[in-house]
Design a binder for this molecule. Structure first.
Ligand code: URA
Length: 458
């Protein structure tokens, strides 16, 4: 069942519905108009978003409109209207009473992308407040909220008051969409996750930017993924997505920069939920995989400069490295976990995180160098193990996952593990093993390792 939003909002939704219905427009006609290539008015978009969030339009009609948008697209004006309608579905927070430039980062979605778990406490430990509203698993990609909730007890459904208190107290809070904040994105996001309606520049832009504007950040760094594990596989499309989001941000008076980054192989080694939390903790300790650390430093450096804590890249990198080596970044994560109700003992003892009972190996069927990894397949395989959802009602298995042993450029002997699978059942594990073996491309020469940061858009 779709949770109902609070009374104040429902009253507004009913008024909006009546106004448009008075002119003879219905959800059916809006879907048909978009399906046939028409441009929706701001009023139609507002009506649809309010009525869906208020529970008056059912999932099947919303799914039909989403699919029409994926297939037909939206103009820049429609995308802006959709973003504003989603943003206005809840409160828009004013954080101006909290000192400092508030800076957030958001990723367009990847496989093994646990950057937010490292970056938010790291940047906060350097003195820049980070108000972060994140999402759950989406399609084949993982979600920050699901990963955080692998920590026993941790709540991501904080009230706006709790969110503000945390920001004021420890300079960082990581929460999800709630009844109070962007409920429209919570509903539409969950629907898109299971209806193959993610890969759309207007839908991704509106989803990300409605959250980011509502949360009250002054500036935003976007991590726009490209490659076989990204929603925008072609770099040109990733740049177009970055441009669309920057345009919306600028219209709303926010400073926004985007890095186009590689998703042609999983980031780091862990893919799942609890395993990604463990890897994020390792990275905050200064021991994580090189690519994950490098990306956190690149994005963190942008955030510190936008937050006016560093004047140059060198200065920012020094501050970030010091926050890690001194233990301050890990301590900030510990404080945030405890403040959000989580069991902070996991930070010193990750064995307290949930773990699936079975371990299996996906082994190389012949010797060779890893030339490429079908990264979407790896994400899909993890989701099928239980790390993602098959339907809106499915629950996540936080303990399952995949540990990548061989990355692009590595050599594997026949029979050596390419990846280790953490599964709940033997059947699920065996299916995953085959999928992972098939996702690896091995050859005689080492594949070229793609650059982690491909370009910048501003
Ligand atoms: N992240 C979001 O919040 N929304 C999307 O649509 C994709 C990534």
């Amino acid at each position: 069942m779709r949770p109902r939003v609070r009374v104040r909002y429902r009253k507004v939704a009913i008024r909006a519905a009546t106004a448009i219905e008075g002119e003879g427009v219905t959800a059916y006609e809006i879907i048909r108009k978009k399906r046939d290539g028409g441009e929706l008015t701001g009023e139609e978009i507002e009506y649809f978003v309010r009525s869906y969030t208020g529970g008056e339009i059912p999932d099947y009609q919303a799914a039909a409109l989403l699919m029409a948008i994926v297939l037909i697209g939206m103009s820049a004006g429609e995308t802006a209207d959709l973003t504003m309608a989603m943003m206005r579905s809840g409160d828009v927070i004013d954080l101006s009473d909290i000192p400092g430039v508030k800076v957030d980062k958001h990723s367009t979605g990847g496989v093994g992308d646990k950057v937010s778990l490292v970056l938010a406490p790291l940047v906060a430990a350097c003195g820049v407040p980070v108000p972060m509203v994140s999402g759950r698993a989406l399609g084949h990609t993982g979600g920050t909220l699901d990963k955080l909730e692998a920590i026993p007890g941790l709540r991501t459904d904080l009230s706006v008051r709790e969110f503000r208190d945390l920001l004021r107290g420890i300079g960082v809070a990581m929460i999800g969409q709630t009844d109070e904040m962007v409920p429209a994105d919570r509903e539409l996001y969950a629907l898109r996750d299971t209806t193959a309606t993610v890969e759309s520049i207007p839908l991704i832009s509106a989803s990300i930017m409605s959250k980011k504007i509502a949360e009250g950040a002054d500036a935003l760094v976007l991590d726009v993924k490209t490659g076989s594990g990204a929603f925008m596989q072609e770099e040109a499309m990733a740049r177009e997505l970055a441009r669309a989001m920057i345009d919306i941000g600028v219209r709303m008076g926010k400073r926004v920069r985007a890095l186009i980054t590689d998703m042609d192989q999983p980031l780091g080694r862990a893919v799942g939920n609890a395993v990604e939390v463990a890897e994020a903790i390792e990275t905050l300790r200064g021991e994580g995989p090189d690519d994950l650390r490098a990306l956190c430093l690149a994005l963190g450096s942008e955030m510190l400069r936008m937050g006016e804590r560093a004047a140059s890249e060198e200065e920012a990198l020094t501050l970030l490295a010091d926050a890690i080596s001194s233990g301050r970044a890990l301590q900030r994560f510990r404080e945030m976990v405890a403040a959000q109700g989580g069991d902070a003992r996991v930070i010193d003892d990750p064995s307290l995180l949930p773990s699936a009972p079975l371990q299996m190996e996906a082994r190389a069927e012949a010797s060779g160098y890893v030339q490429g990894i079908e990264t979407r397949e790896v994400g899909q395989a993890a989701a099928e193990l239980g790390a993602g959802r098959a339907t809106k009602e499915s629950s996540i298995d936080h303990g399952v996952g995949i540990m990548i042993e061989k990355k692009v450029g590595d050599h594997a002997e026949k029979g050596e593990p390419l990846a280790r699978i953490l599964a709940r059942s033997e059947q699920a594990g065996i299916r995953c093993v085959q999928r992972i073996v098939d996702a690896y491309g091995l050859g005689d020469r080492p594949g070229s390792v793609p650059p982690l940061v491909r370009s910048t858009v501003e």
